[in-house]
Design a protein around this ligand. Structure first.
Ligand code: PAF
Length: 278
């Protein structure tokens, strides 16, 4: 596996990879969810690259950026073992010019939910992903469905800016008890970790109930109340149009998604569920 740390090295490495390239953008602290993305990338293209970059532009709280886990040595070993051909590991100076003036702003699917809770977050995500796509000249980029809204934002950036890249979504990888894998789960205390799968249980059950087409609030209000009663700080549990993230009062014919964010101690858990039968 080639490890590139600046643009010149990346370009040289890319020239040595003549087949189609699938990119797995990451912020490191890799877990089995990331490795599922690498596995999907291997099927989708002739070569696989993964980026590791903790993107300061997408963090709204300095403390969250400072405590984001950094495990580069283990990450590189895991990527190599998973069959990656190229790791793109820039530092902030290699990624952003000190006087950078251009960013990628997204309206529509970036506006509510995470966009409202973390102002500027999706500008940071859209900007860095656009740069990663162009830097790597990737044919395919692989994203987990775990960050559902991020996936919709990236799809919109690629469509609206005519970026010649295919976006490949990969289903969320879960622990046996249902908790969606996330690099931040390591910050859960033992008690919080034991409680955390309740979010997935409520989400799956609500998605099942919403499939019948009744008013969403009849299902979601009691689910929110149960979560709050158990100790979750529920920020949202909402039914949305899957592509636009527009809130829905009930499921219709177009694909819908149930999305959630809930705080447990110092961790914000994000999850989402398909509506069965769609
Ligand atoms: O999902 C992530 O890890 C990040 O938001 C991404 C896509 C790597 C951009 O920094």
């Amino acid at each position: 596996m080639i490890v590139a740390r600046d643009l010149a090295a990346l370009r040289q490495a890319r020239a040595r990879l003549p087949r189609t390239l699938a990119l797995v953008p990451t912020m490191g602290a890799l877990h089995a969810g990331h490795l599922a993305l690498v596995a999907a990338a291997r099927v989708a293209a002739g070569h696989v690259a993964a980026s590791i970059f903790v993107n300061p532009l997408q963090f709204t709280a300095a403390a969250d950026l400072a405590r984001y886990p950094r495990t580069e040595e283990e990450d590189l070993a895991a990527l190599e073992a998973a069959g990656c051909d190229l790791a793109w590991v820039p530092d902030a100076e290699a990624m952003y010019a000190p006087d950078r003036a251009a960013t990628v702003d997204v309206a529509g699917p970036a506006e509510g939910f995470e966009g409202a809770a973390r102002p500027g977050h999706f500008r940071g995500v859209a900007t860095v992903c656009t740069k990663l796509f162009l830097q790597c000249r990737a044919d395919v980029a692989v994203f987990g469905e775990k960050d559902w809204q991020q996936l919709q934002v990236i799809r919109r950036v690629v469509r609206d800016l005519d970026i010649p890249i295919a976006i490949l979504p990969v289903p969320t990888v879960r622990e046996e008890d249902g908790l969606a894998l996330s690099s931040r789960n390591r910050f859960l205390t033992r008690e919080e970790r034991a409680l955390a799968p309740m979010l997935a249980r409520e989400g799956f059950a609500a998605a099942e109930a919403l499939a019948a087409g009744g008013p969403a609030e009849t299902t979601l209000a009691p689910a929110r109340a149960r979560l709050a009663e158990a100790g979750f700080g529920v920020e949202y549990l909402a039914l949305v149009e899957a592509g636009t993230m527009r809130p829905l009062g009930r499921r219709g014919d177009a694909p819908a998604r149930l999305v959630a964010a809930a705080r447990l101690g110092s961790v914000r858990l994000l999850d989402n569920w398909a509506i069965p039968g769609q």
